[in-house]
Design a protein around this ligand. Sequence first.
Ligand code: C5P
Length: 294
Amino acid sequence: MKVRARAKINLTLEVLGNRPDGYHDLRSVVMPVSLEDDIEFSVAEGISCSVKAMDGINLSHMGPSENNLAVKAARILATEGRVKANVGISIAKRIPLGGGMGGGSADAAAVLIGLNDYWELGFTRMELATIGAWVGSDVPALALGGVTLMEGRGEKVSPLFGRESDTPAKPYHLVLVNPGVFSSTPAVFKASTFNRELNGSSILDNMRSALAGGDVEDVAAALNNDLAEAAYGLYPEIARTVQALKEAGAIGVSMSGSGATVFGLVRSRAHGREVISRLGGNYWCRLAHTCPVM
Ligand code: C5P
Protein backbone atom coordinates (compact mmCIF):
# COMPACT_ATOMS: atom_id res chain seq x y z
CA MET A 1 0.00 0.00 0.00
CA LYS A 2 1.28 3.45 -1.00
CA VAL A 3 0.41 6.92 0.31
CA ARG A 4 1.72 10.35 -0.59
CA ALA A 5 3.03 12.78 1.99
CA ARG A 6 2.51 16.37 0.91
CA ALA A 7 4.78 19.19 2.07
CA LYS A 8 3.25 22.40 3.43
CA ILE A 9 3.91 26.09 3.31
CA ASN A 10 2.89 28.68 5.88
CA LEU A 11 1.06 31.53 4.14
CA THR A 12 1.05 33.39 7.45
CA LEU A 13 2.90 32.55 10.66
CA GLU A 14 2.33 34.77 13.69
CA VAL A 15 4.31 34.16 16.86
CA LEU A 16 2.08 35.16 19.79
CA GLY A 17 4.58 34.60 22.58
CA ASN A 18 6.43 32.12 24.79
CA ARG A 19 4.64 29.28 26.56
CA PRO A 20 5.54 27.79 29.95
CA ASP A 21 6.36 24.46 28.22
CA GLY A 22 9.17 26.07 26.20
CA TYR A 23 7.17 26.18 22.96
CA HIS A 24 5.61 29.27 21.37
CA ASP A 25 1.96 30.02 20.78
CA LEU A 26 1.32 30.43 17.08
CA ARG A 27 -1.39 31.39 14.64
CA SER A 28 -0.68 30.19 11.12
CA VAL A 29 -2.44 29.52 7.84
CA VAL A 30 -1.00 26.26 6.49
CA MET A 31 -1.52 25.01 2.95
CA PRO A 32 -0.34 21.66 1.53
CA VAL A 33 1.66 21.82 -1.70
CA SER A 34 2.30 19.41 -4.57
CA LEU A 35 5.84 18.44 -3.47
CA GLU A 36 5.53 14.93 -2.04
CA ASP A 37 7.39 12.09 -0.41
CA ASP A 38 6.12 8.60 -1.30
CA ILE A 39 5.46 6.16 1.50
CA GLU A 40 4.97 2.44 1.12
CA PHE A 41 3.94 -0.07 3.79
CA SER A 42 4.94 -3.73 3.89
CA VAL A 43 4.60 -6.56 6.38
CA ALA A 44 7.54 -6.70 8.83
CA GLU A 45 8.50 -7.76 12.35
CA GLY A 46 7.79 -4.76 14.62
CA ILE A 47 8.18 -1.30 13.09
CA SER A 48 11.03 -0.65 10.67
CA CYS A 49 11.76 2.30 8.43
CA SER A 50 14.01 2.97 5.44
CA VAL A 51 14.52 6.24 3.62
CA LYS A 52 15.91 6.83 0.15
CA ALA A 53 16.74 10.18 -1.39
CA MET A 54 14.97 11.19 -4.60
CA ASP A 55 15.87 14.02 -6.98
CA GLY A 56 19.16 14.90 -5.27
CA ILE A 57 17.78 15.47 -1.74
CA ASN A 58 20.51 15.64 0.91
CA LEU A 59 19.89 13.11 3.72
CA SER A 60 22.99 13.95 5.77
CA HIS A 61 20.88 15.49 8.60
CA MET A 62 18.67 12.41 8.84
CA GLY A 63 18.77 10.92 12.37
CA PRO A 64 18.58 7.20 13.19
CA SER A 65 15.42 5.53 11.87
CA GLU A 66 13.99 4.86 15.37
CA ASN A 67 13.80 8.68 15.83
CA ASN A 68 12.01 9.15 12.51
CA LEU A 69 8.67 10.91 12.99
CA ALA A 70 7.06 8.28 10.72
CA VAL A 71 8.10 5.54 13.18
CA LYS A 72 6.93 7.61 16.14
CA ALA A 73 3.56 8.10 14.40
CA ALA A 74 3.18 4.36 13.68
CA ARG A 75 4.04 3.49 17.30
CA ILE A 76 1.54 5.99 18.77
CA LEU A 77 -1.22 4.99 16.33
CA ALA A 78 -0.72 1.30 17.15
CA THR A 79 -1.08 2.09 20.87
CA GLU A 80 -4.17 4.27 20.34
CA GLY A 81 -5.73 1.68 18.00
CA ARG A 82 -4.69 -1.30 20.20
CA VAL A 83 -3.05 -3.19 17.33
CA LYS A 84 0.23 -5.06 17.22
CA ALA A 85 2.43 -3.02 14.93
CA ASN A 86 4.15 -5.16 12.32
CA VAL A 87 4.91 -2.77 9.52
CA GLY A 88 7.83 -1.75 7.33
CA ILE A 89 7.75 1.89 6.21
CA SER A 90 9.71 2.86 3.08
CA ILE A 91 10.01 6.57 2.43
CA ALA A 92 11.12 8.04 -0.91
CA LYS A 93 12.09 11.62 0.03
CA ARG A 94 11.68 14.65 -2.18
CA ILE A 95 10.96 17.24 0.55
CA PRO A 96 14.21 18.87 1.73
CA LEU A 97 15.21 18.28 5.37
CA GLY A 98 15.38 21.31 7.66
CA GLY A 99 13.43 23.16 5.03
CA GLY A 100 10.40 24.51 6.90
CA MET A 101 8.05 22.54 4.68
CA GLY A 102 7.25 19.97 7.36
CA GLY A 103 8.88 17.04 5.56
CA GLY A 104 9.19 14.77 8.61
CA SER A 105 5.74 15.86 9.81
CA ALA A 106 4.25 15.19 6.37
CA ASP A 107 5.62 11.64 6.51
CA ALA A 108 4.20 11.19 10.02
CA ALA A 109 0.78 12.54 8.97
CA ALA A 110 0.73 10.26 5.91
CA VAL A 111 1.65 7.28 8.11
CA LEU A 112 -1.28 8.09 10.43
CA ILE A 113 -3.68 8.41 7.48
CA GLY A 114 -2.32 5.34 5.65
CA LEU A 115 -2.09 3.00 8.64
CA ASN A 116 -5.53 4.10 9.84
CA ASP A 117 -6.83 2.54 6.60
CA TYR A 118 -4.34 -0.36 6.51
CA TRP A 119 -5.21 -1.39 10.08
CA GLU A 120 -8.91 -0.48 9.59
CA LEU A 121 -8.98 1.67 12.73
CA GLY A 122 -11.69 4.09 11.63
CA PHE A 123 -10.27 7.26 13.24
CA THR A 124 -11.55 10.54 11.71
CA ARG A 125 -9.08 13.08 10.31
CA MET A 126 -9.64 15.28 13.37
CA GLU A 127 -8.88 12.32 15.67
CA LEU A 128 -5.71 11.61 13.66
CA ALA A 129 -4.78 15.31 14.03
CA THR A 130 -5.17 14.98 17.81
CA ILE A 131 -2.98 11.85 17.84
CA GLY A 132 -0.51 13.67 15.55
CA ALA A 133 0.05 16.39 18.18
CA TRP A 134 2.00 13.80 20.23
CA VAL A 135 4.35 13.32 17.28
CA GLY A 136 5.20 16.95 16.39
CA SER A 137 3.75 20.46 16.16
CA ASP A 138 3.23 20.42 12.37
CA VAL A 139 1.64 16.95 12.23
CA PRO A 140 -1.96 17.92 13.18
CA ALA A 141 -2.31 20.44 10.31
CA LEU A 142 -0.97 17.94 7.79
CA ALA A 143 -3.14 15.12 9.15
CA LEU A 144 -6.22 17.32 8.82
CA GLY A 145 -5.23 18.39 5.28
CA GLY A 146 -6.56 21.25 3.16
CA VAL A 147 -6.20 24.94 4.11
CA THR A 148 -5.79 24.86 7.86
CA LEU A 149 -5.71 27.40 10.64
CA MET A 150 -3.14 26.21 13.16
CA GLU A 151 -3.08 27.57 16.72
CA GLY A 152 -1.64 26.81 20.15
CA ARG A 153 1.78 25.21 19.68
CA GLY A 154 0.33 23.60 16.54
CA GLU A 155 -2.07 21.15 18.18
CA LYS A 156 -5.26 23.19 17.62
CA VAL A 157 -6.27 22.86 13.99
CA SER A 158 -9.41 23.69 12.07
CA PRO A 159 -10.30 24.13 8.40
CA LEU A 160 -9.77 27.84 7.58
CA PHE A 161 -12.99 27.89 5.58
CA GLY A 162 -15.38 25.95 7.81
CA ARG A 163 -17.15 23.50 5.54
CA GLU A 164 -15.16 21.91 2.71
CA SER A 165 -17.65 23.25 0.15
CA ASP A 166 -16.76 26.83 1.24
CA THR A 167 -13.05 26.32 0.51
CA PRO A 168 -11.84 28.29 -2.50
CA ALA A 169 -10.54 25.47 -4.71
CA LYS A 170 -8.16 27.64 -6.72
CA PRO A 171 -4.56 26.37 -6.62
CA TYR A 172 -1.70 28.91 -6.72
CA HIS A 173 1.51 28.25 -8.61
CA LEU A 174 4.73 28.51 -6.65
CA VAL A 175 8.46 28.38 -7.04
CA LEU A 176 10.04 26.66 -4.03
CA VAL A 177 13.69 27.55 -3.43
CA ASN A 178 15.98 26.03 -0.84
CA PRO A 179 19.33 27.77 -0.31
CA GLY A 180 20.94 24.55 0.92
CA VAL A 181 21.29 25.51 4.59
CA PHE A 182 19.74 23.33 7.30
CA SER A 183 17.65 25.64 9.47
CA SER A 184 17.36 24.68 13.15
CA THR A 185 13.72 25.17 14.23
CA PRO A 186 14.52 25.55 17.98
CA ALA A 187 17.28 28.10 17.22
CA VAL A 188 15.00 30.17 14.98
CA PHE A 189 12.15 30.16 17.53
CA LYS A 190 14.59 31.13 20.29
CA ALA A 191 15.87 34.09 18.28
CA SER A 192 12.39 35.38 17.39
CA THR A 193 11.17 38.37 19.39
CA PHE A 194 7.51 38.65 18.39
CA ASN A 195 4.72 39.00 20.90
CA ARG A 196 1.37 39.51 19.27
CA GLU A 197 -2.19 39.94 20.48
CA LEU A 198 -3.89 36.66 21.31
CA ASN A 199 -7.25 37.75 19.94
CA GLY A 200 -8.01 39.42 16.66
CA SER A 201 -5.56 39.39 13.82
CA SER A 202 -5.58 41.57 10.73
CA ILE A 203 -2.87 39.29 9.30
CA LEU A 204 -5.21 36.30 9.50
CA ASP A 205 -8.24 38.29 8.28
CA ASN A 206 -6.29 39.65 5.29
CA MET A 207 -5.12 36.19 4.25
CA ARG A 208 -8.56 34.66 4.65
CA SER A 209 -10.18 37.33 2.44
CA ALA A 210 -7.34 37.17 -0.10
CA LEU A 211 -7.82 33.41 -0.46
CA ALA A 212 -11.60 33.79 -0.65
CA GLY A 213 -11.22 36.46 -3.37
CA GLY A 214 -8.72 34.33 -5.29
CA ASP A 215 -6.46 37.13 -6.61
CA VAL A 216 -2.82 36.05 -6.43
CA GLU A 217 -1.67 39.70 -5.95
CA ASP A 218 -3.86 39.94 -2.82
CA VAL A 219 -2.51 36.63 -1.49
CA ALA A 220 1.03 37.92 -2.17
CA ALA A 221 0.29 41.13 -0.24
CA ALA A 222 -1.10 39.15 2.72
CA LEU A 223 1.95 36.84 3.18
CA ASN A 224 3.57 37.02 6.63
CA ASN A 225 6.16 35.11 8.63
CA ASP A 226 7.17 36.36 12.10
CA LEU A 227 10.11 33.92 12.14
CA ALA A 228 11.69 35.38 9.00
CA GLU A 229 13.83 38.11 10.63
CA ALA A 230 15.24 35.67 13.19
CA ALA A 231 16.02 33.13 10.45
CA TYR A 232 17.66 35.79 8.23
CA GLY A 233 19.86 36.79 11.18
CA LEU A 234 20.99 33.22 11.78
CA TYR A 235 21.23 32.21 8.11
CA PRO A 236 21.88 35.25 5.86
CA GLU A 237 21.68 32.94 2.85
CA ILE A 238 17.90 32.78 3.37
CA ALA A 239 17.58 36.58 3.12
CA ARG A 240 19.73 36.52 -0.05
CA THR A 241 17.45 33.83 -1.52
CA VAL A 242 14.33 35.92 -0.78
CA GLN A 243 15.94 38.86 -2.57
CA ALA A 244 16.99 36.70 -5.53
CA LEU A 245 13.47 35.30 -5.90
CA LYS A 246 11.97 38.82 -5.83
CA GLU A 247 14.47 40.00 -8.44
CA ALA A 248 13.68 36.96 -10.59
CA GLY A 249 10.08 38.20 -10.82
CA ALA A 250 8.02 36.27 -8.23
CA ILE A 251 4.90 38.22 -7.24
CA GLY A 252 5.14 37.64 -3.50
CA VAL A 253 7.93 35.94 -1.58
CA SER A 254 8.00 34.50 1.94
CA MET A 255 9.81 31.90 4.01
CA SER A 256 8.01 28.69 4.98
CA GLY A 257 7.91 27.74 8.67
CA SER A 258 11.29 28.27 10.33
CA GLY A 259 13.05 28.08 6.93
CA ALA A 260 15.24 27.54 5.08
CA THR A 261 12.85 27.08 2.14
CA VAL A 262 11.52 30.22 0.54
CA PHE A 263 8.56 30.30 -1.81
CA GLY A 264 7.52 32.73 -4.51
CA LEU A 265 4.00 33.03 -5.87
CA VAL A 266 3.87 33.11 -9.67
CA ARG A 267 1.03 33.63 -12.17
CA SER A 268 1.36 30.33 -14.06
CA ARG A 269 3.68 27.39 -14.63
CA ALA A 270 5.19 29.29 -17.56
CA HIS A 271 5.89 32.29 -15.32
CA GLY A 272 7.37 29.89 -12.73
CA ARG A 273 9.73 28.42 -15.35
CA GLU A 274 10.86 31.95 -16.30
CA VAL A 275 11.55 32.79 -12.64
CA ILE A 276 13.53 29.56 -12.20
CA SER A 277 15.61 30.24 -15.32
CA ARG A 278 16.38 33.79 -14.07
CA LEU A 279 17.58 32.30 -10.76
CA GLY A 280 20.31 30.73 -12.83
CA GLY A 281 20.70 27.21 -11.41
CA ASN A 282 22.36 28.24 -8.13
CA TYR A 283 19.63 26.81 -5.93
CA TRP A 284 17.42 23.76 -5.38
CA CYS A 285 14.21 24.94 -7.12
CA ARG A 286 10.89 23.22 -7.74
CA LEU A 287 7.76 24.32 -9.50
CA ALA A 288 4.72 23.37 -7.40
CA HIS A 289 1.17 24.40 -6.66
CA THR A 290 -0.92 24.69 -3.53
CA CYS A 291 -3.46 21.93 -2.75
CA PRO A 292 -6.41 23.69 -1.09
CA VAL A 293 -8.64 20.62 -0.93
CA MET A 294 -7.68 17.06 -0.04
O1 C5P B 1 7.10 20.06 17.90
P1 C5P B 1 8.37 20.03 17.13
O2 C5P B 1 9.27 18.90 17.52
O3 C5P B 1 8.15 20.11 15.65
O4 C5P B 1 9.14 21.37 17.50
C1 C5P B 1 10.52 21.54 17.28
C2 C5P B 1 11.04 22.71 18.10
O5 C5P B 1 10.53 23.94 17.56
C3 C5P B 1 10.61 22.72 19.54
O6 C5P B 1 11.51 21.98 20.34
C4 C5P B 1 10.66 24.21 19.89
O7 C5P B 1 11.97 24.62 20.16
C5 C5P B 1 10.23 24.87 18.59
N1 C5P B 1 8.80 25.18 18.55
C6 C5P B 1 8.29 26.21 19.33
N2 C5P B 1 6.95 26.50 19.29
C7 C5P B 1 6.12 25.78 18.49
C8 C5P B 1 6.62 24.74 17.69
C9 C5P B 1 7.96 24.46 17.75
O8 C5P B 1 9.03 26.87 20.07
N3 C5P B 1 4.83 26.09 18.47
